[in-house]
Design a protein around this ligand. Structure first.
Ligand code: 6PG
Length: 240
């Protein structure tokens, strides 16, 4: 069931998401941890900044483990790194043990790291359909309809048997590691986090299932749980 939430401002969107994360963190059974796969991108960045400013105390961080749904193949101290973006905007401001933070090592050989991370995630998460199940997967949306680091030329990554794959940004050649559709669509909750007028056309194509939408990687995000949430600001929702 697609849940589409439209907000006046990024702060309102961020507050809504922070509330969902807080609810998740307080719903975890004794001794367990909720596993959240983070995304890069401008909207997740804004949400992380919001949480750092306004929501740190409402989230039970001891019950959370952080992973990433994709990473750029660069060292963790590079501006391009999704981990660095998260470190600078969120991790430095929250009381989360480093033992609960599992970054994708962008500085390693991509194929070997995709394999390592798949094994790590497989060993740490509960299984559903014989596949690790994240409690929450955060996704951004590119203007070309990419999500995580699954770009249109590599849409077949949605059908990979693997959990994470090495790929690349087809426009820049930058190597990436990305979650595949197998693990994204096995998550209990998936959030598309999209703001800005530049995404309005793509959001409309996807949600209104307009001509050719099925060739867009983001259209393949269809969690079996049916818990797919679109968190949009009014600009990104402008053509709905
Ligand atoms: C990344 C993200 C990517 C991002 C989209 C949208 O590594 O950058 O995984 O999927 O979410 O490119 O990014 P913007 O919101 O910055 O346009």
């Amino acid at each position: 069931m697609e849940n589409i939430h439209i907000f006046k401002t990024t702060d309102e969107l961020s507050a809504f998401f922070a509330q969902k994360l807080a609810e998740l963190s307080h719903s975890v059974s004794e001794g367990k941890q909720a596993s959240v796969a983070l995304s890069g991108g401008s909207t997740p960045r804004a949400i992380f900044q919001y949480i750092s400013r306004h929501a740190v105390d409402s989230i039970h961080w001891d019950n959370i483990r952080l992973f990433w749904g994709d990473e750029r193949c660069v060292p963790p101290d590079q501006e391009e790194s999704n981990y660095k973006m998260t470190l600078d905007t969120l991790l430095v401001n929250i009381p989360l043990e480093s033992s609960s933070i599992f970054r994708i090592k962008g500085e390693k050989n991509p194929v070997e790291e995709a394999e390592r991370y798949s094994t790590l995630v497989s060993g740490l998460l509960p299984k559903y359909n014989d596949t690790p199940a994240f409690d929450m997967v955060l996704l951004g949306l590119g203007e070309d309809g990419h999500t995580a680091s699954i770009f249109p030329p590599d849409i077949t990554l949605f059908n990979s048997k693997k959990l994470f794959e090495a790929t690349q940004n087809p426009y820049t050649g930058q190597k990436r590691i990305t979650a595949t559709g197998r693990i994204i669509n096995n998550a209990r909750n998936v959030f598309f986090l999209v703001t800005g007028a530049s995404k309005a056309e793509m959001v409309a194509r996807l949600i209104k299932k307009q001509e050719g939408y099925e060739n867009l990687p983001a259209s393949r995000v269809m969690p079996e749980s049916k818990n797919l949430f679109w968190l949009l600001d009014e600009q990104a929702a402008g053509l709905l």
